[in-house]
Design a protein around this ligand. Sequence first.
Ligand SMILES: CC(=O)N[C@@H](CCC[C@H](N)C(=O)O)C(=O)O
Length: 371
Amino acid sequence: MDLVEIRRDLHKIPEIGFQETKTQAYLINLLDAFPQERLEIVRWRTGIAVKVKGLNPGRTIGWRTDIDGLPITEETGFDFQSEHPGYMHACGHDIHMAIAIGFLDKLVNDPIDEDAVILFQPAEEGPGGALPLLEWLKQERTDFLPDEIYALHIAPDLPVGTVGTRPGLLFANTSELFIDLHGKGGHAAYPHLTQDMAVAAAALLLQLQTIVSRNVNPMDSAVLTVGKLSAGTVQNIIAEHARLEGTIRTLNNDSMQKMKQRIEAICRSIEEGYECRLSIDYGSSYLEVNNDDQLAEKFLGFAGSAEGIQAIRSEAAMTGEDFGYFTAEIPGLMFWAGVDSSHGLHHAKLNPDERILDIMPAFLHQFFKQL
Ligand SMILES: CC(=O)N[C@@H](CCC[C@H](N)C(=O)O)C(=O)O
Protein backbone atom coordinates (compact mmCIF):
# COMPACT_ATOMS: atom_id res chain seq x y z
CA MET A 1 0.00 0.00 0.00
CA ASP A 2 1.62 3.26 -1.15
CA LEU A 3 0.74 5.72 1.63
CA VAL A 4 2.81 8.51 0.07
CA GLU A 5 0.74 8.30 -3.10
CA ILE A 6 -2.48 8.25 -1.03
CA ARG A 7 -1.36 11.28 0.99
CA ARG A 8 -0.45 13.17 -2.19
CA ASP A 9 -3.75 12.30 -3.88
CA LEU A 10 -5.61 13.58 -0.82
CA HIS A 11 -3.39 16.65 -0.65
CA LYS A 12 -4.61 17.65 -4.13
CA ILE A 13 -8.30 17.73 -3.13
CA PRO A 14 -8.65 19.72 0.13
CA GLU A 15 -12.27 20.47 1.05
CA ILE A 16 -13.61 22.44 4.00
CA GLY A 17 -15.96 21.23 6.73
CA PHE A 18 -18.94 19.14 5.58
CA GLN A 19 -18.00 19.65 1.91
CA GLU A 20 -15.53 16.72 1.85
CA THR A 21 -17.37 14.85 -0.91
CA LYS A 22 -14.38 14.09 -3.16
CA THR A 23 -12.35 13.12 -0.10
CA GLN A 24 -15.10 10.77 1.06
CA ALA A 25 -15.40 9.21 -2.41
CA TYR A 26 -11.61 8.73 -2.61
CA LEU A 27 -11.52 7.08 0.83
CA ILE A 28 -14.52 4.85 0.06
CA ASN A 29 -12.72 3.62 -3.07
CA LEU A 30 -9.71 2.64 -0.98
CA LEU A 31 -11.85 1.00 1.70
CA ASP A 32 -13.84 -1.00 -0.85
CA ALA A 33 -10.57 -2.47 -2.16
CA PHE A 34 -9.71 -4.02 1.23
CA PRO A 35 -10.71 -7.65 1.94
CA GLN A 36 -14.20 -7.13 3.37
CA GLU A 37 -14.57 -10.17 5.72
CA ARG A 38 -13.76 -8.29 8.92
CA LEU A 39 -14.94 -4.85 7.78
CA GLU A 40 -18.13 -2.87 8.17
CA ILE A 41 -18.14 0.50 6.42
CA VAL A 42 -20.77 3.15 7.12
CA ARG A 43 -21.03 6.68 5.73
CA TRP A 44 -21.98 9.50 8.05
CA ARG A 45 -22.59 12.83 6.25
CA THR A 46 -19.23 13.49 4.50
CA GLY A 47 -17.38 11.21 6.91
CA ILE A 48 -16.98 7.46 7.27
CA ALA A 49 -16.94 5.02 10.16
CA VAL A 50 -15.18 1.67 9.66
CA LYS A 51 -15.34 -1.25 12.05
CA VAL A 52 -12.68 -3.96 11.97
CA LYS A 53 -13.91 -7.03 13.82
CA GLY A 54 -11.47 -8.28 16.43
CA LEU A 55 -10.43 -11.91 17.06
CA ASN A 56 -11.81 -12.07 20.57
CA PRO A 57 -13.53 -8.77 21.26
CA GLY A 58 -14.44 -7.53 24.71
CA ARG A 59 -14.46 -3.81 23.89
CA THR A 60 -14.22 -1.37 21.01
CA ILE A 61 -11.12 0.78 20.62
CA GLY A 62 -11.51 3.93 18.52
CA TRP A 63 -9.13 5.80 16.27
CA ARG A 64 -10.21 9.17 14.94
CA THR A 65 -8.78 11.05 11.98
CA ASP A 66 -9.99 14.40 10.71
CA ILE A 67 -10.43 14.85 6.96
CA ASP A 68 -11.06 18.55 6.15
CA GLY A 69 -8.75 21.20 4.68
CA LEU A 70 -8.48 24.96 5.19
CA PRO A 71 -9.30 28.05 3.09
CA ILE A 72 -5.63 28.95 2.46
CA THR A 73 -3.89 29.37 -0.90
CA GLU A 74 -1.04 26.87 -1.02
CA GLU A 75 2.50 28.16 -1.60
CA THR A 76 4.54 24.97 -1.23
CA GLY A 77 5.38 24.60 -4.92
CA PHE A 78 4.89 20.81 -4.56
CA ASP A 79 4.20 19.01 -7.82
CA PHE A 80 1.19 17.53 -6.01
CA GLN A 81 -0.03 20.96 -4.89
CA SER A 82 -3.73 21.56 -4.16
CA GLU A 83 -5.94 21.47 -7.25
CA HIS A 84 -8.62 23.44 -5.40
CA PRO A 85 -7.65 27.13 -5.69
CA GLY A 86 -7.83 28.88 -2.31
CA TYR A 87 -7.84 25.63 -0.31
CA MET A 88 -5.07 23.55 1.20
CA HIS A 89 -4.39 20.72 3.61
CA ALA A 90 -2.46 23.16 5.80
CA CYS A 91 -3.13 21.36 9.09
CA GLY A 92 -1.88 17.92 8.07
CA HIS A 93 -5.22 16.15 7.80
CA ASP A 94 -3.98 14.57 4.52
CA ILE A 95 -1.18 12.96 6.55
CA HIS A 96 -3.67 11.99 9.29
CA MET A 97 -5.91 10.24 6.74
CA ALA A 98 -3.02 8.38 5.08
CA ILE A 99 -1.87 7.15 8.51
CA ALA A 100 -5.41 5.97 9.29
CA ILE A 101 -5.54 4.05 5.99
CA GLY A 102 -2.13 2.48 6.68
CA PHE A 103 -3.25 1.55 10.20
CA LEU A 104 -6.47 0.03 8.85
CA ASP A 105 -4.43 -2.02 6.39
CA LYS A 106 -2.42 -3.45 9.31
CA LEU A 107 -5.60 -4.18 11.32
CA VAL A 108 -7.16 -6.01 8.38
CA ASN A 109 -4.07 -8.12 7.65
CA ASP A 110 -3.16 -8.80 11.27
CA PRO A 111 -6.34 -8.40 13.35
CA ILE A 112 -6.13 -7.53 17.02
CA ASP A 113 -8.26 -9.06 19.78
CA GLU A 114 -10.56 -6.09 20.28
CA ASP A 115 -12.94 -4.55 17.77
CA ALA A 116 -11.45 -1.38 16.29
CA VAL A 117 -13.42 1.54 14.90
CA ILE A 118 -11.73 4.09 12.64
CA LEU A 119 -13.62 7.37 12.36
CA PHE A 120 -12.92 9.59 9.35
CA GLN A 121 -14.38 12.77 10.81
CA PRO A 122 -15.31 15.87 8.79
CA ALA A 123 -15.13 19.53 9.77
CA GLU A 124 -12.47 19.62 12.50
CA GLU A 125 -11.41 23.13 11.49
CA GLY A 126 -15.02 24.24 11.68
CA PRO A 127 -17.91 24.12 12.26
CA GLY A 128 -17.01 20.93 14.20
CA GLY A 129 -17.78 17.36 13.19
CA ALA A 130 -16.91 15.56 16.42
CA LEU A 131 -19.98 16.55 18.42
CA PRO A 132 -22.61 15.57 15.80
CA LEU A 133 -20.62 12.40 14.96
CA LEU A 134 -20.60 11.41 18.63
CA GLU A 135 -24.35 12.12 18.89
CA TRP A 136 -24.97 9.92 15.84
CA LEU A 137 -22.89 7.10 17.31
CA LYS A 138 -24.75 7.32 20.62
CA GLN A 139 -28.20 7.49 19.06
CA GLU A 140 -27.93 5.35 15.94
CA ARG A 141 -24.76 3.25 15.93
CA THR A 142 -23.92 2.22 19.47
CA ASP A 143 -22.24 -0.83 17.89
CA PHE A 144 -19.60 1.63 16.56
CA LEU A 145 -19.29 3.64 19.80
CA PRO A 146 -15.73 3.27 21.16
CA ASP A 147 -15.07 2.40 24.81
CA GLU A 148 -11.82 4.34 24.53
CA ILE A 149 -10.56 6.54 21.73
CA TYR A 150 -7.24 7.81 20.36
CA ALA A 151 -6.07 10.38 17.81
CA LEU A 152 -2.90 12.14 16.75
CA HIS A 153 -2.02 15.53 15.38
CA ILE A 154 1.09 16.23 13.33
CA ALA A 155 3.66 18.40 15.11
CA PRO A 156 5.77 20.52 12.71
CA ASP A 157 8.29 21.36 15.44
CA LEU A 158 9.12 17.76 16.43
CA PRO A 159 11.38 15.32 14.53
CA VAL A 160 9.83 12.36 12.72
CA GLY A 161 9.63 9.46 15.18
CA THR A 162 8.92 11.68 18.19
CA VAL A 163 5.51 11.53 19.86
CA GLY A 164 4.42 13.83 22.66
CA THR A 165 1.49 14.10 25.01
CA ARG A 166 0.56 14.62 28.65
CA PRO A 167 -2.06 13.48 31.15
CA GLY A 168 -4.95 15.94 31.56
CA LEU A 169 -5.31 19.14 29.57
CA LEU A 170 -3.62 19.03 26.16
CA PHE A 171 -5.56 21.58 24.05
CA ALA A 172 -7.64 24.67 24.87
CA ASN A 173 -11.32 25.43 25.05
CA THR A 174 -12.20 27.49 21.94
CA SER A 175 -14.90 29.69 20.55
CA GLU A 176 -15.04 31.37 17.18
CA LEU A 177 -15.84 35.08 17.17
CA PHE A 178 -17.56 37.08 14.42
CA ILE A 179 -18.48 40.74 14.98
CA ASP A 180 -20.34 42.83 12.41
CA LEU A 181 -20.39 46.64 12.68
CA HIS A 182 -23.05 48.66 10.91
CA GLY A 183 -23.12 52.48 10.61
CA LYS A 184 -23.77 55.19 8.06
CA GLY A 185 -21.36 55.26 5.13
CA GLY A 186 -20.87 58.12 2.73
CA HIS A 187 -18.53 60.27 0.64
CA ALA A 188 -14.89 60.24 1.76
CA ALA A 189 -14.87 64.03 1.81
CA TYR A 190 -17.80 64.32 4.27
CA PRO A 191 -16.81 62.24 7.32
CA HIS A 192 -18.87 64.46 9.66
CA LEU A 193 -22.04 63.14 7.97
CA THR A 194 -21.16 59.48 8.51
CA GLN A 195 -20.23 56.89 11.14
CA ASP A 196 -17.08 55.31 9.77
CA MET A 197 -17.07 51.55 10.44
CA ALA A 198 -13.41 51.19 9.41
CA VAL A 199 -12.43 53.50 12.27
CA ALA A 200 -14.88 51.84 14.70
CA ALA A 201 -13.51 48.39 13.76
CA ALA A 202 -9.92 49.56 14.28
CA ALA A 203 -10.82 50.89 17.75
CA LEU A 204 -12.69 47.67 18.57
CA LEU A 205 -9.75 45.49 17.50
CA LEU A 206 -7.34 47.38 19.76
CA GLN A 207 -9.73 47.35 22.71
CA LEU A 208 -10.33 43.61 22.37
CA GLN A 209 -6.58 43.12 22.74
CA THR A 210 -6.77 44.59 26.29
CA ILE A 211 -8.93 41.67 27.52
CA VAL A 212 -6.10 39.16 27.81
CA SER A 213 -3.62 41.70 29.20
CA ARG A 214 -6.02 43.52 31.61
CA ASN A 215 -8.95 41.24 32.46
CA VAL A 216 -7.60 37.70 32.51
CA ASN A 217 -5.80 36.59 35.67
CA PRO A 218 -2.09 36.55 34.76
CA MET A 219 -1.85 33.09 36.36
CA ASP A 220 -4.48 31.82 33.89
CA SER A 221 -3.95 31.69 30.09
CA ALA A 222 -6.07 32.96 27.23
CA VAL A 223 -5.82 34.04 23.60
CA LEU A 224 -7.97 36.36 21.54
CA THR A 225 -6.91 36.44 17.89
CA VAL A 226 -8.62 38.37 15.12
CA GLY A 227 -7.48 36.62 11.96
CA LYS A 228 -9.55 38.61 9.51
CA LEU A 229 -10.62 42.26 9.48
CA SER A 230 -12.60 43.69 6.59
CA ALA A 231 -14.38 46.98 5.95
CA GLY A 232 -15.74 49.09 3.14
CA THR A 233 -15.85 48.75 -0.60
CA VAL A 234 -13.51 51.27 -2.22
CA GLN A 235 -10.87 53.86 -1.21
CA ASN A 236 -13.04 56.99 -1.40
CA ILE A 237 -16.22 55.77 0.27
CA ILE A 238 -16.55 55.73 4.03
CA ALA A 239 -17.37 52.18 5.13
CA GLU A 240 -20.88 51.47 6.37
CA HIS A 241 -19.95 47.88 7.32
CA ALA A 242 -16.96 46.19 8.91
CA ARG A 243 -16.39 42.65 10.17
CA LEU A 244 -13.95 41.05 12.54
CA GLU A 245 -13.41 37.28 12.44
CA GLY A 246 -11.43 35.61 15.17
CA THR A 247 -11.12 32.98 17.83
CA ILE A 248 -10.99 32.91 21.62
CA ARG A 249 -8.97 30.30 23.53
CA THR A 250 -9.05 29.57 27.27
CA LEU A 251 -8.15 26.70 29.57
CA ASN A 252 -11.66 26.24 30.93
CA ASN A 253 -15.26 27.24 30.39
CA ASP A 254 -15.36 29.77 33.28
CA SER A 255 -12.59 31.85 31.73
CA MET A 256 -14.35 31.56 28.35
CA GLN A 257 -17.55 33.02 29.84
CA LYS A 258 -15.60 35.90 31.42
CA MET A 259 -13.89 36.69 28.12
CA LYS A 260 -17.26 36.76 26.38
CA GLN A 261 -18.69 39.15 29.00
CA ARG A 262 -15.78 41.55 28.39
CA ILE A 263 -16.17 41.28 24.60
CA GLU A 264 -19.85 42.17 24.95
CA ALA A 265 -19.11 45.14 27.25
CA ILE A 266 -16.48 46.49 24.84
CA CYS A 267 -18.86 46.07 21.91
CA ARG A 268 -21.52 48.09 23.78
CA SER A 269 -18.99 50.86 24.43
CA ILE A 270 -18.07 50.96 20.71
CA GLU A 271 -21.77 51.23 19.83
CA GLU A 272 -22.08 54.16 22.20
CA GLY A 273 -18.83 55.88 21.27
CA TYR A 274 -19.06 55.44 17.49
CA GLU A 275 -22.86 55.63 17.11
CA CYS A 276 -23.21 52.28 15.38
CA ARG A 277 -24.76 48.82 15.77
CA LEU A 278 -22.72 45.72 16.52
CA SER A 279 -23.76 42.10 16.40
CA ILE A 280 -21.74 39.24 17.85
CA ASP A 281 -21.85 35.62 16.67
CA TYR A 282 -19.76 33.05 18.55
CA GLY A 283 -19.88 30.51 15.72
CA SER A 284 -18.80 27.08 16.85
CA SER A 285 -17.05 26.26 20.08
CA TYR A 286 -14.93 23.28 21.13
CA LEU A 287 -14.38 21.75 24.54
CA GLU A 288 -10.81 21.47 25.76
CA VAL A 289 -9.00 18.18 25.00
CA ASN A 290 -8.51 16.43 28.33
CA ASN A 291 -6.42 13.29 28.07
CA ASP A 292 -7.32 10.44 30.37
CA ASP A 293 -4.49 10.22 32.92
CA GLN A 294 -4.14 6.43 32.80
CA LEU A 295 -4.25 6.20 29.01
CA ALA A 296 -1.63 8.96 28.76
CA GLU A 297 0.74 7.20 31.15
CA LYS A 298 0.22 3.85 29.40
CA PHE A 299 0.82 5.46 26.00
CA LEU A 300 3.98 7.30 27.11
CA GLY A 301 5.29 4.10 28.71
CA PHE A 302 4.63 2.06 25.58
CA ALA A 303 6.01 4.70 23.18
CA GLY A 304 9.10 5.16 25.36
CA SER A 305 10.17 1.59 24.73
CA ALA A 306 8.95 1.23 21.12
CA GLU A 307 11.67 0.81 18.49
CA GLY A 308 12.33 3.95 16.45
CA ILE A 309 10.04 6.10 18.62
CA GLN A 310 11.01 8.80 21.06
CA ALA A 311 8.38 9.79 23.62
CA ILE A 312 8.27 13.20 25.29
CA ARG A 313 5.96 14.87 27.79
CA SER A 314 4.45 17.88 26.01
CA GLU A 315 3.24 21.17 27.40
CA ALA A 316 -0.45 22.00 26.97
CA ALA A 317 -1.14 24.20 23.90
CA MET A 318 -3.74 26.82 22.99
CA THR A 319 -4.59 24.88 19.84
CA GLY A 320 -8.26 23.84 19.57
CA GLU A 321 -9.56 20.39 18.63
CA ASP A 322 -13.10 19.10 18.59
CA PHE A 323 -11.65 15.75 19.71
CA GLY A 324 -12.38 17.37 23.12
CA TYR A 325 -16.02 16.31 22.68
CA PHE A 326 -14.88 12.69 22.63
CA THR A 327 -12.57 13.03 25.65
CA ALA A 328 -15.42 14.67 27.61
CA GLU A 329 -17.48 11.46 27.31
CA ILE A 330 -15.08 8.61 26.56
CA PRO A 331 -11.63 7.95 28.04
CA GLY A 332 -9.40 9.30 25.30
CA LEU A 333 -5.92 10.34 24.33
CA MET A 334 -4.53 12.69 21.70
CA PHE A 335 -0.83 12.97 20.98
CA TRP A 336 1.49 15.01 18.79
CA ALA A 337 3.49 13.16 16.12
CA GLY A 338 6.59 14.88 14.75
CA VAL A 339 6.81 15.76 11.05
CA ASP A 340 9.75 18.20 11.15
CA SER A 341 8.27 20.93 8.94
CA SER A 342 10.05 24.26 8.43
CA HIS A 343 6.61 25.93 8.41
CA GLY A 344 3.94 25.58 11.08
CA LEU A 345 0.31 24.48 11.12
CA HIS A 346 -2.07 26.71 9.11
CA HIS A 347 0.87 27.99 7.03
CA ALA A 348 0.70 28.07 3.22
CA LYS A 349 4.12 26.36 3.06
CA LEU A 350 3.51 23.56 5.58
CA ASN A 351 5.75 20.69 4.42
CA PRO A 352 5.43 17.61 6.67
CA ASP A 353 8.12 14.96 6.30
CA GLU A 354 6.37 11.98 4.72
CA ARG A 355 8.65 9.50 6.51
CA ILE A 356 6.02 9.59 9.29
CA LEU A 357 3.93 7.39 6.97
CA ASP A 358 6.55 4.60 7.21
CA ILE A 359 6.56 4.67 10.99
CA MET A 360 3.16 5.56 12.39
CA PRO A 361 0.79 2.83 11.10
CA ALA A 362 3.03 0.03 12.44
CA PHE A 363 3.50 1.87 15.73
CA LEU A 364 -0.29 2.29 16.15
CA HIS A 365 -0.86 -1.34 15.28
CA GLN A 366 1.63 -2.49 17.95
CA PHE A 367 0.06 -0.10 20.46
CA PHE A 368 -3.53 -1.25 19.79
CA LYS A 369 -2.42 -4.89 19.88
CA GLN A 370 -1.30 -4.70 23.49
CA LEU A 371 -4.25 -2.60 24.80
C1 LIG B 1 -5.46 21.71 15.34
C2 LIG B 1 -6.00 23.03 14.95
O1 LIG B 1 -5.27 23.85 14.42
N1 LIG B 1 -7.28 23.25 15.20
C3 LIG B 1 -7.95 24.49 14.93
C4 LIG B 1 -9.37 24.38 15.40
C5 LIG B 1 -10.19 25.62 15.09
C6 LIG B 1 -11.50 25.70 15.79
C7 LIG B 1 -12.34 26.89 15.41
N2 LIG B 1 -12.52 27.05 14.00
C8 LIG B 1 -11.72 28.16 15.99
O2 LIG B 1 -11.01 28.89 15.28
O3 LIG B 1 -11.96 28.48 17.16
C9 LIG B 1 -7.24 25.65 15.64
O4 LIG B 1 -7.29 26.78 15.08
O5 LIG B 1 -6.67 25.50 16.73
